[in-house]
Design a protein around this ligand. Structure first.
Ligand code: 5GP
Ligand code: ZN
Length: 112
C-alpha cells in the first residue's frame, strides 16, 4: 500500500503533478495548498499512502509523530510556532483527498 494509482497526493509526491514544495524528507512531503485558507496553508503528507489519519496512526504511530514535528517546524519558521493542525476525516467532514494530509494553517493570527 505504498502508492495508490488514482491518488492525487501520491502523484504530487512522485512529481507527476506539480506542486509548490515547502519541505521533504524520506518520510514526508509538504507543499502549499492550492486554495489557501490562511496566509500560510501547507499540506503535510506521509509518502506512504494511508486513506486517513486513523489508518496512519494505527499502522505507523512514529510516522504520525514525525509528521506533527514537521508541521511544528513549518509553523516555527512561518509564525513563531502558532498554528492550526486539521485532519479532515471522512466525506461528511470535508475530506476530498483520501491520502492522509495535515492542514497546517499559520502565518497570521487565526480567527477562532
Ligand atoms: P481535504 O478537503 O481533503 O481535507 O483537503 C484537500 C486539500 O487539497 C484542499 O485544501 C485543496 O485545496 C487541496 N488541493 C486539492 N487539489 C490540489 C492540488 O492539485 N494541489 C495542491 N497543492 N492542493 C490541492
Ligand atoms: Zn496516495
Amino acid at each position: 500500500m505504498s502508492e495508490s494509482n488514482d491518488c492525487l497526493f501520491c502523484k504530487i509526491i512522485a512529481g507527476e503533478v506539480p506542486s509548490s514544495k515547502v519541505y521533504e524528507d524520506d518520510a514526508v512531503y509538504a507543499f502549499n495548498d492550492i486554495n489557501p485558507k490562511a496566509k500560510v496553508h501547507v499540506l503535510v503528507v506521509p509518502k506512504q499512502h494511508y486513506a486517513n489519519v486513523a489508518e496512519f496512526a494505527a499502522a505507523d504511530p512514529a510516522g504520525l509523530a514525525h509528521l506533527i514535528e514537521v508541521a511544528q517546524r513549518i509553523a516555527d519558521d512561518a509564525y513563531h510556532g502558532a498554528y492550526r493542525l486539521v485532519f479532515n476525516t471522512g466525506l461528511d467532514a470535508g475530506q476530498t483527498v483520501f491520502h492522509v494530509h495535515a492542514h497546517v494553517m499559520t502565518g497570521e493570527k487565526l480567527d477562532e
